[in-house]
Design a protein around this ligand. Structure first.
Ligand code: 13P
Length: 249
């Protein structure tokens, strides 16, 4: 279902007392939510976050999941385990996973399948690098990343998937895409899905991520194909994240 959605990706940041403080603060500030808010803390804090968010409208998500169900995969965490710790969402194919940990389109597609089997909502991240944009390959790269997932799970499954467009050059750089640049790629993504199913495309929730902050969120979220944001750095700041959530509402 297409909805307004803001997701916090804390990445590898935080500690126990910060989790307590930030989640308590956000619950107070976001008590009258008009958007769906999801917090993705590091996996070791999911248990703590699950307890703190009990009864709250804020949902819990993870930053990654294995493509495997169980077995000898040292260091990995399965979708089933994430479910047990209260996760409803999981980020998959984040550019940091793709570039730093070698996750291919095929692996991300298998992870998407594994997450869906456990009824987690995959947040499928796509986006081009600086060099790819400079050489005019943005749409080609995003389409390739999207196609791999469509082939693995089928277009119908996209009624249970959120897609996040995160241009690599905008992540953590302060160089956010302009609303027009982001809108153009979001439109392209929705059209690619529409070429297979207009209904699924119309219902698809599409997030923008990459240096979203309290000052630029409203104009990004005002674009017709941008349904919310995937927020990194600014999600660690209670005030900034609250402002971003309100901008989506
Ligand atoms: P920043 O908001 O810090 O640029 O990070 C974006 C991101 O990677 C969210 O997943």
């Amino acid at each position: 279902m297409r909805r307004k959605l803001v997701i916090a990706n804390w990445k590898m940041n935080g500690h126990r007392s910060m989790v307590d403080q930030l989640l308590a603060g956000l619950q107070t500030r976001l008590s009258e939510l008009s958007v769906q808010v999801v917090i993705c803390p590091p996996a070791v804090y999911l248990d703590q976050a699950q307890a703190l968010l009990k009864g709250s409208p804020i949902s819990l998500g993870a930053q990654n999941a294995s493509e495997h169900v169980t077995g000898a995969y040292t260091g990995e965490i399965s979708a089933q385990m994430l479910r047990e710790f209260g996760c409803d969402y999981v980020l998959l194919g984040h550019s940091e996973r793709r570039s730093l940990y070698g996750e291919s389109d095929a692996v991300v597609a298998q992870k998407t399948l594994a997450a869906l089997k456990e009824r987690l909502t995959p947040v499928l991240c796509v986006g081009e690098s600086d060099a790819e944009r400079a050489s005019g390959k943005t749409e080609q790269v995003v389409s390739r990343q999207l196609s791999a997932a469509i082939e693995a799970v089928g277009v119908e499954a996209f009624s249970d998937i959120v897609v996040a467009y995160e241009p690599v050059w905008a992540i953590g750089t302060g160089n956010t895409a302009t609303p027009e640049q982001a809108q153009a790629v979001h439109y392209h993504i929705r059209q690619q899905i529409a070429s297979l199913s207009e209904k699924i495309a119309a219902d698809l929730t599409l997030l923008y991520g990459g240096s979203v902050n309290a000052d630029n969120a409203a104009e990004l979220f005002a674009m017709p194909d941008i349904d919310g944001g995937l927020i990194g750095g600014a999600s660690l700041d209670e005030q900034a994240f609250t402002a971003i959530c309100n901008a989506a509402g």
